[in-house]
Design a protein around this ligand. Sequence first.
Ligand SMILES: [Zn+2]
Length: 266
Amino acid sequence: MKNSKLALSRIEEKHDVRNIMDGFETFDEANNERKIRIKMLYKGGSKGEKKLASILENCRRNNRCDCAACPVCARRYRIRLIGNEMRIFGRGIDTHIINLIIHDRLVASSRLLSLDIKQMMWRLNKQIKRSGLRDAICVGGFEIKYCYGRKLWIPHFHLIVRGSSKAEREKFRKRFFKENGIISRPMKVQKVKNPIKQYSYCLKYQALYKKKVTTKSGISFEKNSRLEIAEHNSYLMLIGKYHVKDLVFKCGAKSEGETIRILNKK
Ligand SMILES: [Zn+2]
């Protein structure tokens, strides 16, 4: 990616997730994941899968692909994004994490590629501006989960929101994200207790599912697992249409190069 070294050097050490969070993925881990994705895409074998595999395959140190499906480019961008989030939201005073399930955009497994993420972001932006959250600063990311039981993709956003009162959040919930017959709680609000962990969770460029595992002694638990090849590759094809930056949602803030700036509020 052009200027990426310069941009990384602009992140202050105290905001650099590699310094302040245990277990942030290493370059080697991201690169290994890239190789697994390339292999699975070639195995899928369609023209589109092969094309995406070759984009990921040609991603090199001095010529990064910037594709949202590329784990190496996603990691590089996440370091910047989380650095920006730490600078803007800091310890999380007057800040909440709001998880939103886009309950009227659930998609059947075969129709995933018809999902328009930019349109969903545009609509969410309008909803925020029309509701009680219009003066808040929001930065977050798009994610999607697959539910094998219902054979549905469930799109959602994880937002970091500064400057909203409880009454404003409730107004927003009632207007756009109240209980419905499909999803029991489409909007969840959390306080910021562990900023780096919660901010880094907002965009992972990864879709996993909860697999039920039973041990020999009969104890069952759920484990985050890689999707089966059909869903795995569909997900990559969906996000592979976008630049790494495109899956970041912003309201009351905007991108300037690799930096996110807060817009002046009334
Ligand atoms: Zn790449």
